[in-house]
Design a protein around this ligand. Structure first.
Ligand code: OOG
Ligand code: NI
Length: 461
């Protein structure tokens, strides 16, 4: 018996979910409420509820987040996720966002092929500490951080060897799969090893994220996020159950038009007992808040033009909401969206703002020759459009998620020059290309058009 790569991925996501549920009880509440909401939406909206993914996919769907310290560690993470058929997609620079400055750059590991996403879309938002950015770390701290990080081992050599084999062979024999999954899940548990209190506090003065990454000798999953079909309803029900949520839903507002991109909300990190070692060697028990819960609703992927419009709308909402109470922001956002974005999927497609795949309509009597233009094919009912779901993340929402779980605002020396970091440098660090998400969606769209053209006997749709 061998276990295929996608089965490894699905099993890993399921085991991680069990581990997190054991360790962070509010996560279990979040899962329960998500399932209830999804069932209710399915009941009330019927097939329409599954327009952006089957209920089977959505129910199993999770994303996690981890943080590592060095390019070498990131390269190892890429091997572990490579074993699960997950590739790095996108580059997120969180060092300069409208909601704060965090000393990390990130990518997301996820499956990229349509059929792999349908089997199990598990993804992990992965951030790397930018130790070399002088705005955050002075020469002394850089040297100490580098030395500290060089001495730790996040992943056992046995795990990495199994990972390489799974990636090369796209499967593992059952016993090896079991060992791989066991070691992989353990690498993301919260370590019980005592933390050097002074070192942790030194890094905390720069940023709580720096301390969470560089202040300990292991990495850990810091949240695991289920997908929900109605995030506003989920937010209400969580509050009813007494779980304290952050005060907003990040991303697009709830509005009358189609769901696009990604909406997210979270509950604040829980205070967990951690052993702290003082300079004189005595160990005490303190509490650190590093693990939290998040939930997300996914909508239609936007094209580059659509995304640029989204960013402009965000800026406009910021501008108009600047001197008003935070509670007004939702109404302002809805108004801005109504002014700028088409309220139908057809409108999004026509204006080239959203990504869709195209399919020959079933059951249509084939009289006459199909028209050659896509617009006419759609209008005359030869072809139907299906939205492509957004599989990625949003830098500003990501920064907001980090932020809402940190107590500090972080310290940054703006007299220092920023370290240039881009997708190319991250790709070199990983030794694999950080793929361009827009190119992935565009490819999916193009393949569907080629299929349509072939099926209808057209030169090109
Ligand atoms: C990652 C935060 C970003 C998201 O969903 O945007 C993220 C982190 O806190 O490490 O997970
Ligand atoms: Ni997240």
């Amino acid at each position: 018996m061998t276990i295929a790569q996608w089965q490894l991925r699905a099993a890993f996501a399921a085991r991680l979910s069990r581990m997190y549920g054991r360790e962070v009880p509010a996560y279990t509440t979040l899962l329960d409420v998500s399932h209830e909401v999804n069932e209710d939406v399915l009941r009330s909206r019927g097939a329409d509820a599954e327009r952006l993914g089957s209920i089977r996919r959505v129910t199993a769907e999770r994303h996690g987040a981890i943080r590592v310290g060095t390019p070498g560690e990131l390269r190892q993470v890429a091997r572990v996720f490579g074993a699960l058929g997950m590739r790095p997609v996108g580059f997120y620079d969180l060092r300069d966002t409208a909601v704060g400055a965090l000393p990390v750059v990130s990518t997301a590991f996820r499956p990229v092929a349509e059929e792999e996403l349908a089997r199990n879309p598990f993804r992990v938002f992965t951030s790397m500490l930018t130790v070399s950015d002088r705005r955050f770390f002075d020469a002394d701290l850089r040297a100490r951080l580098t030395a500290f990080l060089a001495r730790r081992e996040l992943f056992a050599p046995e795990l990495l060897a199994l990972a390489d084999r799974a990636e090369a062979e796209r499967e593992l024999p059952e016993a090896d799969a079991e060992r791989f999954l066991d070691l992989a899940v353990r690498s993301f548990e919260l370590s019980a090893e005592p933390i050097d209190r002074d070192w942790y506090a030194t890094l905390e003065r720069v940023s709580a994220v720096a301390a969470d990454i560089g202040g300990v000798r292991a990495t850990h999953l810091n949240h695991l996020t289920p997908r929900v079909l109605d995030i506003d309803e989920l937010y209400r029900r969580m509050a009813e159950r007494g779980v304290e949520m952050i005060d907003t839903i990040q991303g697009p507002p709830r509005w009358e038009g189609p769901d696009v991109l990604l909406r997210q909300t979270s509950f604040r990190a829980i205070a967990e007992p951690r052993a702290l070692r003082a300079a004189d060697g005595t160990v005490t028990h303190g509490a650190l808040r590093v693990r939290f819960g998040e939930v997300e609703a996914r909508g239609i992927a936007l094209t580059r033009e659509g995304r640029a419009l989204y960013d402009r709308m965000l800026a406009l909402v910021d501008e108009r909401a600047a001197h008003l109470p935070p509670a007004d922001r939702g109404d302002i956002a809805r108004a801005v969206w109504a002014e700028h974005l088409p309220v139908t999927e057809e409108g999004l497609a026509e204006r080239g703002l959203g990504f869709f795949t195209y399919h020959v309509a079933q059951g249509r009597p084939r009289d006459g020759r199909p028209p050659s233009k896509l617009g006419a094919l759609l209008r005359d009912g030869w072809v139907r459009a299906e939205p492509i779901v957004y599989e990625d993340f949003l830098p500003r929402s990501a920064a907001g998620i980090f932020r809402s779980n940190l107590n500090d605002t972080g310290a940054r020396d703006s007299a220092q020059e920023a370290d240039a970091y881009d997708a190319g440098r991250l790709s070199a660090a990983m030794d694999r290309e950080a793929l361009d998400p827009f190119a992935l969606y565009e490819r999916q769209r193009r393949l569907s058009l080629t299929r349509v053209a072939r099926e209808l006997g057209l030169a090109a749709a």
